[in-house]
Design a protein around this ligand. Sequence first.
Ligand code: HPA
Length: 229
Amino acid sequence: MDYTDIPGFAAPTVEGHAGRVISGQLAGRPVLAFAGRFHVYEGHSPAVAGLPVRVAHALGARLLLLSNAAGGINRALKPGDLMVITDHVNLSWRNPLVGPVVPGDERFPDMSQPYDEELQRRLHQVAASIGLTLQSGVYGGLLGPTYETPAEVRMLERLGVDAVGMSTIPEVIVARALGMRCVALSCVTNQAAGISPVPIAHEDVLAVTARAARDFERLVIEFVRTLDA
Ligand code: HPA
């Protein structure tokens, strides 16, 4: 279904985001796949960024697997690596739960384990079983749409951020408020500004995600296969 046919949804404006929700079966399990997300830097409110999660939850989804592209700050991260997100730092200073409490949400959701540890372990195990090695680290979410300056990247490094991006955190916050289990993977598409010897370009980000897509797909399919009914 096209996003434009869903009330409250908009057409994504970012190249590489199709704007379609696909419902079907993956490895024998029912899944909803959102091809494209709403970023706050596109002018959407953080609540709209989290809307697909609310729709998935209303339709019965209880597990959320997120993916994103990110710049590597930790020197161990190389373009093309997949990183399991262990935790995040919300440096966008925006939160999708600001405002009246949506019925069913909590006012003050606990965020002491935003990314489910059992699901993280399972991702690593599944990856090993198909010959992939996953990195792991802390994701820093900034507002964008500019990439970072080298000084900002040095600051992020000191704050304990391993990889930096412009998405994902609104969705995780909404999912935790609804009690969904989350697991997330960053595709490291580039070294962050100041570490990379060359300027950062969206075309390069797209090219690296395209190269990582096959491994990512195998990983997700095998991960879904391990989930209980
Ligand atoms: N910074 C922020 N977001 C990103 C980057 C980056 O270097 N690469 C891909 N998304």
